[in-house]
Design a protein. Sequence first.
Length: 178
Amino acid sequence: MTSVEYTQLRAFARNDGAFLGIMWIASFFCSVLGQKVPLMGTLGLAFALLTPFFIIRRIRTFRDRIREGELSFWGGYIYSTSMFFYAALLLALAQFVYFAYIDKGNFLMTMLDQIEQMLIAGKYPEAEVKDSISQMRSMRPIDWSLYFLSMNIITGFVVSIAIAWVTRGRKIEADKSV
């Protein structure tokens, strides 16, 4: 891949990552609203589960329209991980603003209460569960945002392997013997 092709790939991945970030932000806010309206939580989960299919479609569009059907495994991997990275940055920013200035910790505390109840019901040692949840409650909004940012990027590195495998393509040369 030449430096021009690499720059082009990164530019398209940045744009598509912005679209993915908007989809993730919508998913996050649907999940927040899902505490009051369960259907919204389901919609948020659906947005999140559509992520690989959205990325595959965007990479295939790039491969077929811009690269004329040719994209290596590594090109697809870079494209996919870049999309995850840019989307994760946008989501982390939105989450920080929400956690710090809008919600004031209500969503996270409700989520931690639910996790605590599930773990105790699952026969985990109650003292350890309460200690862990207590430590999580002391986290600041920026800590939560960075936690979710790192988890989304790590997930992107792993999922991008399969996505790159599915989206790779080679240009098929026309038969020139005629």
